[in-house]
Design a protein around this ligand. Sequence first.
Ligand code: SF4
Ligand code: SF4
Length: 169
Amino acid sequence: MSNVKIPDPDFAQSIIDAGGKTLDLCYQCGTCTGSCPSGRTTAFRTRQLIRKAQLGLKDDILPSEDLWMCTTCYSCVERCPRDVDIVDIIILMRNMAVQKGYMAEDHKKVGRSLLKTGHTVPASDKLKQLRVSMGLSADPPTTLADPQAMADFKKIMAKTGFEKLIGGA
Ligand code: SF4
Ligand code: SF4
């Protein structure tokens, strides 16, 4: 069986058209990979992902775990000598992946928390205790303490089809 990857000639252009105009500026120096904290503990290589995007290796990128390894810390963006909008390009490709039904399980969990509470990171009991000890209400004045805001938020989420994109609540 062949391992040859078939490029999609329109893929790089679709990233550029969606806002990743700096994709072509990358000259593969590898500074991003050397700056990446995720790459220190995983097989994720930022430079390689950007190169695959330039080459149109869509079928390699969209289902891959690598696409979800970036923590969006922006170390690479700060250091890139070509001012490539690396994180924006990764997020654009994630959006494309989600539309095709691919999303890392940990990101789905964050999405479920958002749907349930309006927060990506739920308020823990410890945080609530800390707030009370400081003379504050246990819940912050957000969707957690405002049923109308939560209802409005859920309406917006329903309109976007977010629940379907994360594979159900
Ligand atoms: S640092 Fe910038 S130019 Fe260098 S490989 Fe990464 S994206 Fe390309
Ligand atoms: S923003 Fe993402 S790709 Fe860039 S250094 Fe941070 S984790 Fe790595």
